[in-house]
Design a protein around this ligand. Structure first.
Ligand code: SAM
Length: 326
């Protein structure tokens, strides 16, 4: 079996695919409120092009694929695309990151398509605050979450970006909410991604602080969670709840990086925090063979950087998460 190994000996077996850079929310730390510079539809990879590229990754040893964005459910016919990708040889784990605003409509179809796991962003349980952070409606997210649960997704992981003075007083509420609904919870440190008008450094919270805050209220015991991601987990004693801490800034996990990102315009981004990339769309549209695509992917992986430099060069990255595929 072919394996993709980068120059630092890391096997690359995971692709995060941004199926659109558009989103129906405007999270303050992710996209500037008035952002209009989205990719044009003619530059989006078509479903057939996406399928070709992911099939090539599958032949090269990638086994796990996550659909993300932007908001992936903003892209038309996502369940159909998901079904095509789930059927590709080699791809044995297909997951989705979503803000859940449209999940009530699509959860059943996504499950039928072969999506096996869902992550949902949820930064606040207070409707007014949720609106301030995202410009969206909390009730839509909550009904989407319940629809996902009813459709049989398990585990459902809640991702909360913890921001000082914005939502850091809600971490205990979020734990209680996840215990009540049987969700898994992950806290994420804010990363400086593009200039969103919100200073990541002002709102940055080291998750060690959150952990200490939770320890005052809960008995946290070491835990694990299958899935191969960067979160470090604890369990809340006496409950089924697992809490993951994702700490790209305070304790980066680049040495175990196993992923690359493919954006909607067909660019492979080799690191969330670096500009290294390879554009596949020109190749695809110039009649490349499957072998040419595989060679291009191999050449890209050979250039994967060792690590991000968010802390050393905080202003460096000018891409927004929605483009790269968060
Ligand atoms: N729309 C989907 C969602 O809401 O999950 C997928 C895309 S979103 C960009 C993926 C994740 O990136 C979300 O959990 C979001 O909170 C996170 N994210 C975006 N910008 C971030 C930043 N500057 N720092 C940390 N996490 C960020």
């Amino acid at each position: 079996m072919q394996q993709l190994i980068d120059p630092f000996g890391r096997p690359i077996e995971y692709v995060r695919l941004s199926v659109t850079d558009r989103c129906d929310l405007r999270c303050s730390y992710c996209l500037p409120r008035d952002f209009t510079g989205f990719e044009e539809p003619e530059d989006w990879l078509t479903p057939a092009e996406i399928e070709r590229v992911i099939a090539a990754f599958g032949r090269l040893g990638v086994t796990r694929l996550r659909l993300t964005g932007g908001e992936p459910l903003v892209r038309k016919n996502l369940p159909e695309l998901a079904a095509r990708l789930a059927a590709l040889p080699g791809i044995d784990d297909l997951s989705l990151s979503t803000n859940a605003t449209r999940l009530d409509k699509h959860a059943g179809a996504l499950m039928a398509a072969g999506v096996s796991r869902i992550n949902v962003s949820l930064d606040s349980l207070r409707a007014d605050r949720f609106k301030q952070i995202t410009r969206g409606k909390l009730e839509k997210v909550l009904s989407g979450l319940m629809a996902a649960k009813a459709a049989g997704f398990a585990p459902i992981k809640i991702n909360m970006v913890v921001m000082a003075g914005v939502n850091d007083d809600e971490v205990v509420d979020m734990v209680d909410f996840c215990i009540e609904h049987d969700f898994t919870l992950r806290f994420i440190e804010t990363m400086p991604m593009g200039s969103t008008g919100v200073s990541a450094s002002t709102h940055y919270v080291n998750l060690q602080t959150v952990r200490r805050q939770l320890e005052q209220r809960f008995d946290l015991i070491p835990g694990v969670m299958p899935g191969g991601g960067p979160a470090r987990y604890v369990r809340v004693a006496g409950t089924e709840l697992r809490i993951g801490f994702i700490t790209p800034i305070s304790q980066h996990f680049c040495e175990t990086c196993n992923r690359v990102r493919l954006s909607v315009d067909g660019t492979i981004y080799l690191c969330l925090g670096q500009d290294d990339k390879l554009e596949l769309r020109p190749l695809l549209r110039a009649g490349a063979t499957d072998r040419d695509i595989e060679q291009a992917i191999l050449a890209a992986i050979a250039r994967k950087p060792e690590r991000h430099e968010f802390s050393d060069k905080p202003g460096q990255i000018v891409r927004f998460m929605s483009l790269t595929g968060g």
